[in-house]
Design a protein around this ligand. Structure first.
Ligand code: GLN
Length: 207
């Protein structure tokens, strides 16, 4: 990973209510970013980019509401802050969630519809070497009860797909980018791969 210049340390917020926060923090710090762990509205001060980790999107959605961070997140989406969401984080950033809980919220930062737990019980968790557009060498992708993208809007760059098993096998997007927002079905942070985080940091204004 290529660390940022010490003169430019963007402040990156990680939604730290639940999920694999520490792994994201380690990668961002190794890239030279300053990390703010977001647990309450006051924590978002000065944040220039945002990471939403993997975990459980239904729980995170409830905790976002009870902490009041939901309004801050909606504001940051409106302000077009660069954002990276992995797995549950991808679900929260989507425009539409399929197979979600009725009270589950998503924030519409990227024009995709995602289906939760799309690989079913048989393939609950798996790992794959994934070739991802703009990324060079394949990424080691750890999928855990992962969502997939069922619909991607016309402005969305589909960066990687996988074959979804089923009666009729089909290829579905698992990494997407639209402007300043990047989402991945899998957990690059668990494989200590910082390339999507680097892409995020490259979108911070003035960088
Ligand atoms: N299945 C989880 C959800 O719906 C996501 C799993 C994960 O983040 N590893 O939120």
């Amino acid at each position: 990973m290529s660390p940022l210049s010490p003169l430019r340390r963007p402040r990156v917020g990680i939604v730290a209510l639940q999920g694999d926060v520490r792994e994201h923090q380690a990668i961002l710090e190794s890239l030279g970013a300053e990390v703010a762990l977001l647990r309450m509205p006051a924590d978002v001060k000065g944040v220039e980019a945002l990471v939403l980790p993997g975990g459980e999107s239904t729980t995170m959605s409830l905790l976002l509401q009870s902490s009041g961070l939901d309004e801050e997140l909606a504001r940051m989406v409106d302000d077009r802050l660069p954002m990276l969401g992995t797995c549950a984080g991808m679900i929260l950033l989507a425009r539409e969630v399929l197979d979600g809980r009725p009270d589950q919220r998503c924030f519409g930062a990227i024009d995709v519809s995602v289906r939760r737990n799309a690989f079913g019980r048989q393939l609950d968790s798996f790992e794959a070497e994934l070739s991802v557009r703009h990324m060079g060498a394949p990424m080691h992708a750890v999928f855990i009860r992962a969502p997939v993208v069922e619909r991607a809007g016309p402005g969305v760059d589909v960066m990687a797909t996988v074959d979804l098993p089923g009666d009729v096998a089909r290829s579905v997007p698992v990494v997407c980018m639209e402007g300043h927002v990047i989402v991945a079905s899998f957990h690059p942070e668990l494989a200590a791969d910082g390339r999507l985080h680097e892409l995020l940091l490259s979108k911070v204004e003035g960088d």
